[in-house]
Structures are given as structure tokens and as C-alpha cells.
Design a protein around this ligand. Structure first.
Ligand SMILES: [Zn+2]
Ligand SMILES: [Zn+2]
Length: 763
């Protein structure tokens, strides 16, 4: 006779909203085990009993055969007394405060659902809101946790008998799929167009496709917000979109029909994805991936003027599959927003605020609770690097290297804003919010802060922010009545990188970016720090130069170009109307600031070499400059100068005559510029390593979104057997600051919050 025993197993990790309970149910039943499973405080609580061998098999399969989107981890297991239960059941969720909840990101449309969508005999044939336990929206529809239908924006859609049957059938793949729906009971499409009859369902989709074929622009409501969509091969449509959106040059992302064995046939007709890039494009996260254009790309040259890469992605919701399938060729799909703001989510607000841009609107009636823009990834040095955190990726969970003494909110920077919440050893990074310049941006910023704390059941007891007094996030932080830690911008970049690789003891991190508020009151942006979080020492920088114009410097690269000339006694010959006036201001030091920013050096180079004097979007000059450059060229040696404090600075002066040399083609100058900076960084590493113990060199900051520069530095360091790391899961740009602020908090005051640190403000 076999021995029966009973066991309680608690499984934590990502087990909510990914079909984990139904999986447990089916697994237990298949092994002839009895008991129950329920959600308990964010974990899954399992009571299971039966024969010892079956129990062992159950526990093994619980992890090894878990649903693909889950990330289970057994938190505890214990022997418990047998009870009289004879079958296995799913019990209602138990909600408790302080829950160990995991909020799933929005998922793509899985293969099973896609097959149903395309099968005329299925009742969900061509239904734009098809989903199951393994796919569909999550973060953007969840109002409250635990994750059950009444706590989502599907609450108002009452299930029809057929859907309810699937929902309640443990053998069905839609068992407890919270957003499940069908044409009879779920959300519907609605088309509204200028001078056109309003239509719903199939007719709405057909109206949208026909307007796109006529060269129209449509605002399409997706998962995390609206896209502005038009034909990616139609120059007139794209020119119209650019003119109406007042976005003359910024690259537009393109969504491709999913076709061929790996889904990438259409993608490969326009761009040349390397193996790693192809894998990221096809990933269930469905990010936008930056990939080199093909020489014979038949799409419009207006998509990414002056750039060698195109942002490409595959459809990720059933609606996108239908739209791309019916239209047949790639579509521009850019965020439906007002420049710099979060993507729009509300039907009425989108229709009002995009009325001057879109010719028609493809709405639906499933509310989006909070925005999530598309994520953006670039592969650099063979590793995918997150450029913009968003739909499919966020809320992004990162384990902290040590335990926070109390919950902390980090509010990031000002541009590319994100926020991060930390408690215990957990940190969660929000999606990209945008630039904090408008009322809507600030509204979403506050909503995300409130939502994250409410959903995870965590109340922040301290705030970490940037040290820049002018950032909206800093002003907000100071107004909350909580202790505030101000973290210098570039040490936050360094700590974000260090937080991603906690195994590294001593770093030498290069934080190269646009500008950030420096500890000495100047604008930093070419800094190198030795040490580790909470203990960074600035050991390297760039020869400072004074730039006139305040906030206009970022948008007017010629100001940086002029600064390099005047700083070295040279005259600039650019045709700029205000140049004499600015020169006078510069001479007198009016509205000028010293900076050591490498981002500004790139701005200057793009102005001098390419004549880009006004940038219509952030990073335009440097991006076009990078696109021109190639590797395998000679570098110009840049001297290292040491100031009184032993700070090793790169002197950029020898670059100036090279940049001005008209006998060299712009591509040659761009190439030499990149190679010279890469080699100067490596020389700086050598000099600093003479007196600092360095285990690993880190490369971060917005400048290291530059693939050529990053790959050259990585190669040069590897040739010298120097270990090097760049951020991968966390953005190198300001989107990663919030996470870095959390890490910095953990080490500079987290362990001892009563001790005030130099430069830190504690009431
Ligand atoms: Zn599915
Ligand atoms: Zn239904």
C-alpha cells in the first residue's frame, strides 16, 4: 500500500496574470492529486496531497513546466496533516496588505490566439480583443490587485455564456483569463472619420484600411495608448504627418506585417537585422528595435531622414495583426501624443487633442487605465540595451543588491522621465512618461507614482531625486513633506549601472551624456567616477568650455560649436544671425555656463561637420553624425590634462581643426571624431588605473546609446583585457536615473537614514 502525504507549497515570483493557477490545477489533476490552489498576498498558495511519488513529480513540474510567461520560485514548502479532500480546486483569492504582488506587463498576442484570429470557423475569427491566460493586456488594464476581472477595465463587460464557460472550465486555455472576451460580449471597434459615416466592428476596420490606402492618417487605439498610423511607403502621407505633428525630422517607427517562418520576412525587405536583433524583434515583449536599413529599402526615405537605422516592430495585439494583415504592407506607427507628452489613452481626449493631426480615429471601448508607450531596444556590443522602457517590459522588476530599511520612491530626471519604487529588496521601474514640461506629463507622473504605491501596497517613506533645482521632479519631491535625498545626476547614472551588476566590487564608470547638474555648480556630462554606489569619487572629466544660451543650447548645436572655437581663440564662420550678440554675451559671461559634457561635443561636431545648427528633436545632430561614421579609421591623439585635484581631463582641442577641415569628407571627419573619443577614454582608463583599484570599467549616460562609440570602446578595452560593462536592462539615458537614485539611496543613507551625507538634504 502506498503512503499518502500532504504538503503546502508557496510559490512567489511572477505568478499573477500568466495562467499559473490553472496550470497548477491541471498539473495536480493529471497526477491524481487532491487539494487546492489560491492567490494569497501576491504569491500562490498550494495545498496538495497524494502519493509521495506523485508529489515529487508535481513539485518538479511546478517549476520546470510552468507557463512560458511565468517566473515562479518556491518560497516555502512544509509537510501538513492530510485532510479529507478528494479533488483539486481553485479557491478565491485572498487579498492582504503588504502583499508580495507582481504586476505583469502587457503581453503580445500568442500563437494559439493568432491562429484563432485567422480561422473562419472559430467564434473569435477576426476579433480584435482575443486573448488568453498566456497573452493580452495586463498593466494597462489593472485597476487594483489581486488581478481578477472586477479589478480591471474589463469589469463592465459582462461575459456571455460561452465565455463564462471557458472562464470556468479548468481544462480550457482561457480558464480564469481575466480579460477574455468575444464578439458577443467584449469590446468593439469604432471608426470616426472626417466627413465619413461612423462605423463599428468589421466596418470600422474596413473604413480605417480604406482611409490608409487613400494616404490618410489614423489614430489607432492600441494596448498602452494611441498610435498615429499611415502608409510607410507613402511620402505624401508621411510628409503630411510630419507637418501636422510639427515633427520635421524625428525618426518614425514602422510596424511590419508578421509573415514567413519566423515572422520577419516583411521586416527583412526593409532592414538587415543581425541574429540578435531578429530575436529581439520576435520576442513576446515586441519592442521597437533599431536596425540598419537595407540599401534597397522600398519604404519612404522620410521615415528616418539622415539616419542609417530604422525603428521596426511586429504587431503585438490582435487589432494590430488585423490592421497590418488587411493593409498588407508596413505602417508608420508612432506615439499618438503631443510632442514630449505621454501617449494619449482616452477616446475623447485623443479625439480632441489629435484632431488636427488624424484624418480618422479607430477607437475601441476597453479603457486604458494608464499609458505605456512602446519600448525601444538597440543592440550594442552583441547585447540588447533598453533605450525606452514601456509596454511589454514595464513594470520592470529588478532585485536590489541589499535590503532597503523602508520604502523609497525615486522620481528620476526631467527628460525621458520614469519613476522607480523600492521596498525590501525589490525595485520596480515605471514605463517612460515623457518630458515633464506639460500639465499632462505631470498628471501622468503623479498618477504613476500613486498607482505603483497603491498596486504594490507600499507607501514611500523617503524620496530620492535629481540635484537639479529646476527639474519638475525635484520640485515635486521637495513638496511632499518626506525626507529627500538629492542624487547628483551622473552618480545616479553610475549607480544604475552598478545596481544592474551588483557582483562588481570597484568600478570606474564613465557617465557621458547631455548635461546634468554637477556638484560644483557647472554642467557635467563627461565624467568618470571610481568606487561604488554611495562612495563615488569623480576622477575623470573633459576639458570644460563655456556655452552661452541657457536652455537653448540643447536645441541649437551651433552654440556648442561656437563655444569650442571661442574657448581656443578661433573664429567661427557659421552663418548665424545672432552670432555677434551671443559672442558679446559670451565675452561678458552673461547667461553662460561651463560644461564638461560629451553630448555637447557631439552637438558641436554635428554643427561644424554637418551644418546642423538647430535640432528639431533631442539628439538629432549626434544621431545623424553617428550614422555617417564608420570604424577602422585613424584617431587623433587627445591630450590628457590633470588639474590640481588630480582630475584627469580629456582635451578636445585637437578635434577642432579636424572637424573644420573641408578637404576631408564629412564621413571621414565623423569617423575620426568617434575613434578619437573612444581612444581618449581608453587612455583615461589607463591613467586613472595607475592610482585607483578598478575591477570593471562601466559605460553609461545617453552618449552610450551611440552604438559605434560603445562598440569601439568595448573592443579597445577587451583588446587590453579590461572588463567592461554597459547597461542592458536599465536605460543608459535619463530613463534609468530613477533606478540609479534608488541604488544610491540604498548605499548612501539607506542603511543609516539618520546620518546626513554631505550634499544631501535631510530635513
Ligand atoms: Zn493567447
Ligand atoms: Zn463572450
Amino acid at each position: 500500500m502506498s503512503i499518502k502525504m500532504a504538503r503546502r507549497i508557496v510559490v512567489a515570483g511572477r505568478v499573477q496574470g500568466v495562467g499559473f493557477r490553472p496550470f497548477v490545477y491541471r498539473l495536480a489533476r493529471s497526477l491524481g492529486l487532491s487539494g487546492s490552489v489560491c492567490n494569497n498576498a501576491g504569491a500562490v498558495d498550494i495545498h496538495v496531497q497524494g502519493e509521495a511519488g506523485a508529489l515529487e513529480a508535481f513539485e518538479k513540474a511546478l517549476i520546470e513546466d510552468a507557463p512560458p510567461l511565468s517566473r515562479p520560485a518556491i518560497r516555502s514548502r512544509s509537510e501538513v496533516p492530510l485532510d479529507r479532500k478528494e479533488q483539486f480546486d481553485i479557491l478565491p483569492s485572498i487579498a492582504t496588505a503588504g502583499a508580495d504582488v507582481h504586476l505583469p506587463p502587457d503581453l503580445f498576442c500568442c500563437d494559439d490566439c493568432l491562429a484563432e484570429l485567422q480561422n473562419p470557423t472559430e467564434r473569435r475569427y477576426r476579433y480584435a480583443f482575443t486573448n488568453c491566460t498566456q497573452c493580452g493586456p495586463r498593466y494597462t488594464i489593472i485597476r487594483d490587485l489581486p488581478y481578477d476581472r472586477p479589478a480591471t477595465s474589463m469589469a463592465d463587460f459582462e461575459m456571455c455564456p460561452a465565455c463564462r464557460g471557458e472562464y470556468e472550465d479548468p481544462g480550457d486555455r482561457r480558464f480564469h483569463a481575466q480579460p477574455l472576451a468575444c464578439p458577443a460580449c467584449g469590446p468593439q471597434l469604432r471608426f470616426v472619420g472626417k466627413g465619413r459615416a461612423e462605423s463599428v466592428g468589421e466596418a470600422a476596420l474596413a473604413a480605417a484600411v480604406s482611409l490608409l490606402q487613400e494616404g490618410g492618417i489614423i489614430a489607432v487605439k492600441g494596448i498602452g495608448g494611441y498610435h498615429l498610423v499611415c502608409d510607410a511607403a507613402n511620402d505624401d502621407a508621411i510628409a503630411k504627418l510630419r507637418a501636422r505633428k510639427k515633427r520635421p525630422d524625428k525618426p518614425l517607427a514602422v510596424m511590419f506585417p508578421q509573415s514567413g517562418a519566423d515572422g520577419l520576412d516583411a521586416v527583412r525587405r526593409a532592414v538587415q537585422p543581425r541574429e540578435q536583433e531578429a530575436a529581439v524583434i520576435a520576442d513576446p515583449k515586441r519592442p521597437i528595435v533599431l536596425v540598419r536599413k537595407s540599401a534597397d529599402c522600398a519604404l519612404s526615405p522620410l521615415l528616418a531622414p539622415g539616419l542609417s537605422e530604422l525603428g521596426v516592430f511586429l504587431p503585438y495585439s490582435p487589432l494590430h495583426h488585423l490592421l497590418l494583415g488587411d493593409f498588407g504592407v508596413p505602417l508608420v506607427a508612432t506615439s499618438g501624443n503631443v510632442s514630449g507628452e505621454p501617449v494619449l489613452t482616452d477616446n475623447a481626449e485623443a479625439q480632441t487633442r489629435l484632431s488636427e493631426i488624424a484624418d480618422g480615429f479607430l477607437h475601441h471601448d476597453r479603457p486604458i487605465v494608464r499609458p505605456a508607450d512602446d519600448s525601444v531596444i538597440r543592440v550594442i556590443g552583441g547585447t540588447p540595451r533598453l533605450i525606452r522602457p514601456g509596454r511589454g517590459v514595464t513594470p520592470l522588476e529588478i532585485e536590489l543588491p541589499e535590503t532597503l530599511p523602508h520604502p523609497v520612491l525615486a522620481v528620476g530626471g526631467h527628460m525621458k522621465a520614469t519613476v522607480a519604487l523600492g521596498w525590501g529588496r525589490r525595485a520596480v521601474l515605471s514605463p517612460h512618461i515623457g518630458e515633464l514640461d506639460s500639465a499632462r506629463s505631470l498628471g501622468v507622473f503623479e498618477q504613476v507614482i500613486a498607482d505603483l504605491q497603491a498596486l504594490y501596497g507600499v507607501d514611500a517613506e523617503a524620496i530620492a531625486c535629481d540635484a537639479h533645482p529646476g527639474y519638475a521632479s525635484t520640485r515635486w519631491a521637495r513638496g511632499q513633506g518626506l525626507p529627500v535625498l538629492e542624487v547628483q545626476h551622473h552618480t545616479a547614472h553610475a549607480s544604475a549601472l552598478a545596481g544592474e551588476y551588483p557582483e562588481v566590487p570597484r568600478w570606474l564608470v564613465f557617465a557621458w551624456d547631455g548635461v546634468g547638474y554637477g556638484a560644483d555648480g557647472t554642467l557635467w556630462g563627461g565624467e568618470a567616477f571610481a568606487g561604488s554606489p554611495g562612495d563615488w569619487r569623480r576622477v575623470g572629466s573633459v576639458r570644460p568650455f563655456r556655452v552661452a544660451g541657457g536652455d537653448r543650447v540643447a536645441r541649437e548645436p551651433w552654440r556648442s560649436a561656437a563655444a569650442l572655437h571661442w574657448e581656443t581663440g578661433a573664429e567661427i564662420d557659421a552663418e548665424i544671425a545672432e552670432i555677434d550678440m551671443v559672442r558679446q554675451a559670451w565675452d561678458k559671461g552673461i547667461n553662460t555656463q561651463a560644461t564638461s559634457s560629451v553630448g555637447r561635443l557631439f552637438d558641436a561636431a554635428s554643427s561644424i561637420v554637418l551644418g546642423i545648427n538647430a535640432a528639431s528633436f533631442e539628439g538629432q545632430g549626434p544621431m545623424m553624425f553617428e550614422s555617417l561614421a564608420r570604424d577602422g579609421v585613424e584617431a587623433i591623439a587627445l591630450p590628457l590634462i590633470e588639474d590640481g585635484d588630480g582630475l584627469v581631463r580629456i582635451d578636445w582641442e585637437p578635434l577642432l581643426p579636424m572637424m573644420r577641415n573641408q578637404r576631408l569628407a564629412p564621413a571621414e571627419r565623423a569617423s575620426a571624431f568617434h575613434e578619437s573619443l573612444a581612444r581618449a577614454l581608453v587612455a583615461q582608463v589607463g591613467r586613472i588605473a595607475e592610482r585607483e583599484n578598478v575591477d570593471v570599467v562601466g559605460l553609461t549616460g545617453g552618449v552610450f546609446q551611440n552604438r559605434l562609440l560603445g562598440e569601439r570602446v568595448i573592443r579597445l578595452l577587451q583588446d587590453r583585457s579590461i572588463p567592461v560593462k554597459m547597461p542592458s536592462r536599465i536605460p543608459a539615458n535619463d530613463g534609468g536615473l530613477a533606478f540609479g537614485q534608488l541604488v544610491e539611496f540604498l548605499y548612501s543613507c539607506g542603511k543609516n537614514p539618520d546620518e546626513s551625507q554631505a550634499g544631501n538634504r535631510w530635513p
